[in-house]
Design a protein around this ligand. Structure first.
Ligand SMILES: Cc1ncc(COP(=O)(O)O)c(C=O)c1O
Ligand SMILES: Nc1ccccc1C(=O)C[C@H](N)C(=O)O
Length: 430
């Protein structure tokens, strides 16, 4: 972050918005005028485009019934592959390396399982390297896959430990690869709490130098950060589509498999991953598709994939590089405003844009109650244990003025201790 010439005034924020090439896209989203929606890193908002693509499938279901598999436009039979190809430019991948299928967690199961099986065949180490700040579901899935192969997860899941409780040093990932026999490095692109962006290229290179496979959970970067998975030689990746891709609650996830692994038998096989040419021959022998589609399991979830189709029409009006550029500008402004105006809060997100994803972790000892006070005042954010308010100025629908106004509301809550009126945290979704 350059230390110079940031004008913290609201007028300057409005002036930045006037120069914003993405400003018009905001109108595509259903967002109340009196609300600041800063939780798109958890659940993106509805766009008219997503609503239309969902309505289209419902109409086709009504009008075509079973014929929709072949006669719908687009046909449902290869809905997952087609959406995968539409996502490929956001990932720096070839069309057939990407498929929209399953949930992130299921995709971790099948891909970590697949590469553990490969390692066994190759006689490599069946150990997975993750980190101690991961989103829990990643560990649950990895540990379950190890257990299913008779491997003790306490011995076979190794964790890189964070030095500061916020970030993971790539140097420590490399050091772990040097010190231990690792079979699979599985890391997030962006840490869900602090928003740190890890160096996917460096981790992949280091993994390969040490004979390990490199897989990534892109849940917090897809749609906000540009990727170059194929150029970096990443082995596999997974993500969800309900955050920055705005495809709706529980929308279908996605996965990437590098083309050099095509033909590998998926750990969780099912007929939807069979070669499309022979799928309806109903052979009892499974023939994996020669593309990422092989990692599908059962029938494509057309209704919960449909909103993504429309959502990608919004992305098609810009480039992921332009989206990333605006995202960096917004998070930069947010961090500077917190520094300038909120002396009682700390920023838990790296200040170097190259190490930052699309959201900012604002730390305060009363973060939970602060998040409730913010929501009550129309600033939709979330709280993450133990002291983080996550604020996500998602670039497709957030302006610099929104960021300025949200910081002002936060300043007032913190300065007047307005959070004191709220109950401490109990159970439930935060
Ligand atoms: C890094 C990460 N992985 C996975 C998930 C969730 O996976 P799923 O969509 O399977 O619930 C989340 C958020 O819920 C996440 O932040
Ligand atoms: N899928 C959800 C369902 C309900 C509430 C939150 C989520 C999230 O996605 C949380 C998010 N992954 C996080 O980074 O905390």
């Amino acid at each position: 972050m350059d230390g110079d010439e940031f004008d913290p005034s609201r007028e300057a924020a409005v002036a930045r918005d006037r120069e914003d090439p993405l400003a018009a896209l905001r109108d595509r989203f259903s967002l109340p005028d009196d609300e600041f929606y800063m939780d798109g890193n958890s659940l993106g908002p509805l766009s008219t485009d997503a609503e239309e693509s969902l309505a289209r499938v419902v109409d086709e279901w009504r009008e075509l019934g079973i014929r929709g598999w072949t006669d719908a436009d687009p046909e449902w039979f290869d809905y997952g592959e087609r959406l995968g190809a539409r996502l490929a430019p956001l990932l720096g991948a070839d069309d057939d390396e990407v498929v929209v299928t399953n949930s992130t967690t299921v995709n971790i199961h099948t891909l970590v399982g697949t590469f553990l099986d490969r390692l066994r065949e190759e006689g490599g180490p069946t150990t997975v390297l993750a980190n101690d700040l991961d989103f829990p579901t990643d560990h649950y899935a990895i540990r379950a896959q190890l257990r299913q192969r008779g491997l003790d997860p306490d011995d076979h899941l190794h964790l890189v430990e964070s030095r500061d409780g916020r970030t993971v040093e790539e140097d420590d990932v490399v050091a772990a690869l040097e010190a231990e026999d690792v079979g699979i490095v599985f890391m997030p692109s962006v840490l869900y709490r602090s928003g740190q962006l890890l160096d996917v290229e460096r981790i992949t290179e280091a993994a390969h130098e040490h004979g390990a496979y490199a897989g990534f959970d892109l849940a917090h970067s897809i749609g906000a950060v540009d990727h170059d998975l194929s150029a970096h030689g990443v082995d596999f990746a997974v993500w969800c589509t309900y955050k920055y891709l705005n495809a709706g609650p529980g929308s279908v996830g996605g996965l990437y498999v590098n083309e050099r692994h095509f033909g590998t038998t998926p750990a969780l096989a099912g007929w939807w991953g069979n070669d499309k040419e022979t799928q309806f021959d109903m052979e009892l022998t499974y023939t994996p598709a020669r593309n990422a589609g092989a990692w599908q399991i059962g029938t494509v979830h057309v209704l919960s994939a449909a909103p993504l189709d429309g959502s990608l029409d919004v992305f098609a009006e810009t480039t992921i590089e332009a989206v990333r550029e605006k995202s960096v500008a917004l998070t930069d402004a947010l961090i500077r405003l917190v520094d300038e105006r909120l002396p009682d809060c700390a920023v838990g997100t790296p200040r170097d844009a190259a190490r930052r994803g699309g959201h900012v972790a604002i730390e305060h000892p009363e973060a939970y109650r602060v998040s409730l006070a913010l929501k009550d005042r129309g600033v939709v954010v979330d709280f993450r244990q133990p002291n983080v308010v996550r604020v996500c100025p998602a670039p497709l629908y957030t302006s610099h003025a929104d960021v300025w106004d949200a910081v002002e509301i936060l300043r007032e809550i913190v300065e007047t201790e307005a959070y004191a009126e709220y109950e401490p945290r109990g159970a439930g979704v935060t």
